[in-house]
Design a protein around this ligand. Sequence first.
Ligand code: DCP
Ligand code: MG
Length: 371
Amino acid sequence: METAKRHRKIIHIDMDAFYASVEQRDHPEYRGKAIAVGGSPEGRGGVVATASYEARKFGVRSAMPSKKAKQLCKDLIFVRPRFDVYKQVSMQIREIFQRYTDIIEPLSLDEAYLDVTNDKQNIGSAIEIAKLIRKAIRDELQLTASAGVSINKFIAKIASDINKPDGLAFIGPSKINSFIEKLPVEKFFGVGKVTADKMKKMGLHTGADLKKLSEAEMTRHFGKPGKFYYKIVRGIDDREVKPDREIKSVGAEDTFRYDLTTLDEMYKELDAIADVVYTRLKRYNIKGRTVTLKIKYHDFKLSTRSQSFTEPVGDFETILETSKALLAASIGEDSKVRLLGISLSNFAGQVSKTAKKPETDQLDLFGEPNA
Ligand code: DCP
Ligand code: MG
């Protein structure tokens, strides 16, 4: 007897107005205002990288020349991009994803696929995990993300856009077909502007139209990708979530049997953790520009603080002293600390192919508790 095929559980997460939201978070005077990141004369070639949702009301969009953006929105504020900060936030969202799965495929700084079919915490519900991730991003990073949940990458990615910004959408197996039939052709994975125009000229406007073509007709008209289109209009997308094998951070952490209450105790633990991190860095022969300290308090509140350097660092002293300084700046009078972790990141081009480790090894890179 044939066993029913178990569906995968895929989440696509995409931050809302990413660069602009980070700038509004860090500069309260920009909140509620129409802002464009990039695009000032000193920005990236005079085009807008992204616009706040307030600016989008006026029609301001990514990749729009700043002159045009200013015409559409007279009060538009141009903000210089801070890529280091965006990278940092990107790492922080990655760390949140890693609480639930290691099968994470980033598409850009602000977007990733997650396969949570077998999530680390045995939550079981992809919708629940998406909610927890959105909540963590909001609580810990003061930013919003939108999530799409489905059984494959294609549908999950489209779903994350449905209730954007700050939304979540689930498209379950029984909804996929009716959803796809209404979908405009340009929304299909791999269909660019040229192909979409060709399809429209042929009278093909929606998924329902595309479904009328046989596989042979699809490939005849659209070449090799036609075979793929044939499948996705039927809701079939077998592409796996490919974990990014590049080493993004090297770290270690420790959970304590008793909550630590004095800085002295914490410094002692940091010393031991820094030593593990140092050893791991040596193993990969890499240095990082960013040191991140992670603190979990007795009430499970999590905080991360980072310091970035202009030059890569990898020596024990710097790792330890930086972590201590970050700790001292974070801890209050009556803080009770349950876990401490240190990681190095921002390796920027130094991670050679040979330093890449097999996947199984990478999975424990962030150190198991009590490692
Ligand atoms: N970006 C860019 N140039 C583009 C498009 C995007 O520099 N042409 C940058 C700025 C964005 C970030 O990438 O903040 C993420 O791109 P998204 O397409 O996800 O756009 P946003 O996150 O800004 O907005 P949305 O809420 O629509 O996701
Ligand atoms: Mg985004």
